[in-house]
Write a protein that binds this ligand. Structure first.
Ligand SMILES: *Cc1c(COP(=O)(O)O)cnc(C)c1O
Length: 367
């Protein structure tokens, strides 16, 4: 039996929660779009309706991030995992030294391993032996100034580690996988050569990956790549080279509209996100005798909070308690186990408050 408030108490790491207002619009759109009378699932990707949606999605991303024309915005498929392969295929050319990778958690390790299958790459920093509980300062890494680029994951979704934003442009093009913190706060996009983020953590439904690319990088792409893997192809075709994920792009458009109109922009969403994370970490710190937070303090993520009661049975007991109250998605990733609460944009402060009260009661009962 689904719980009455299951959608509002969804702490899943991905696909993540969506705002109630957007879910209601999506439900209606699956039956029939108000603009066309046809289901969003049956709309042609060549229709005027969809061309306007694509245009609106790009305008919102540009507006929210304050992007200049220097950047192209592209909607891709294959998830962030395909980008792990296509980033080195497009940019790691013999004209530059090997690309450099920060290995700071599960996902950046995956990106780095995939780059290694494409060609030589260098590991600029590796946090694996220390258990992925801390992060380096990007500006202090010893990176070859001739490197094709420096790749990192801005928010390690599984370990719950989040980088501070770079304070200045990097000496080489900086490429960030922002899949789990894109549009959760304002960023200085001009510090980056490329940003990519799939939608299913913070932007809606799985199926689309947003790429923001400094056009200067496009000039470095070698000839001869299969068209579908060459970043220039979707840019030249307005993200409509082959059938795009119409539904996922529609949901992304609604999410970015919601961010602009209902939330009021990225500064506002950042304030809300900071408040949610501060409340949950304060409760967990209060319980520090019983609970271990995976991330060391300076690198705690505002999006994913990974913690454990230190005992699989206790973690299970907490999950059962939380599930009985309608909460879901709190199980840790299979690689780390324990518990994880994801506090993406669509998770409300009220939902976090219910989680916190449940944690406090649970801890009191065991004390
Ligand atoms: C979830 C996640 C991925 C995996 O993305 P797919 O779209 O499933 O390929 C990659 N990077 C980060 C940071 C993630 O959180």
């Amino acid at each position: 039996m689904p719980m009455p408030h299951a959608n509002t108490l969804n702490f899943s790491a991905g696909p993540g929660a969506l705002p109630a207002a957007v879910l209601a619009q999506v439900r209606d759109a699956i039956a029939a779009l108000p603009e066309t009378g046809v289901s969003v699932l049956g709309m042609s990707h060549r229709s005027d309706w969809f061309l306007a949606i694509l245009d609106e999605a790009e305008r919102h991303v540009r507006h929210l991030l304050g992007l200049s024309d220097r950047y192209a915005v592209s909607f891709l498929q294959g998830g962030s995992s395909l980008l792990f392969a296509t980033v080195p295929m497009n940019y790691a050319t013999p004209a530059f030294a090997a690309p450099e990778y920060v290995v700071s958690g599960y996902w950046s390790a995956r990106a780095s391993a995939e780059a290694g299958r494409v060609g030589p790459h260098r590991i600029a920093w590796d946090g694996q032996r220390a258990g992925f509980r801390e992060l380096p300062v990007l500006e202090q890494l010893d990176v070859d100034p001739r490197a094709a680029y420096l790749h990192y994951v801005s928010n390690e979704t599984i370990e719950g580690l989040q980088f501070a934003l770079p304070a200045r442009p990097a000496s080489v093009p900086l490429i960030a996988d922002m899949s789990s913190d894109f549009l959760s706060k304002p960023i200085d996009a001009w510090h980056f050569g490329m940003i990519y983020a799939h939608a299913q953590k913070n932007l809606g439904a799985a199926g689309v990956t947003v790429a923001v690319i400094d056009r200067e990088l496009l000039t470095r792409i070698p000839g001869g790549l299969p068209h579908i893997l060459d970043f220039r192809t979707q840019i030249a075709h307005g993200s409509n080279y082959n059938t795009p994920p119409v539904f996922a792009i529609y949901v992304l458009t609604l999410i970015t509209r919601w961010l602009r109109d209902d939330i009021g922009g990225l500064e506002q969403v950042q304030r809300i996100n900071e408040g949610k994370a501060a409340r949950l970490y304060a409760v967990l710190d209060e319980m520090s005798d019983a609970v271990t937070i995976h991330a060391k303090r300076p690198w705690r993520s505002q999006m994913n909070v990974a913690f454990t009661f230190g005992d699989a049975r206790l973690d299970r007991a907490f999950l059962d308690t939380a599930e009985a109250r309608g909460m879901s998605g709190l199980e840790g990733h299979r690689s780390l186990r324990g518990l994880r609460a994801s506090l993406y944009n669509a998770v409300t402060p009220q939902a976090v408050e219910i989680l916190c009260e449940t944690l406090i009661e649970f801890a009191l009962q065991r004390a």
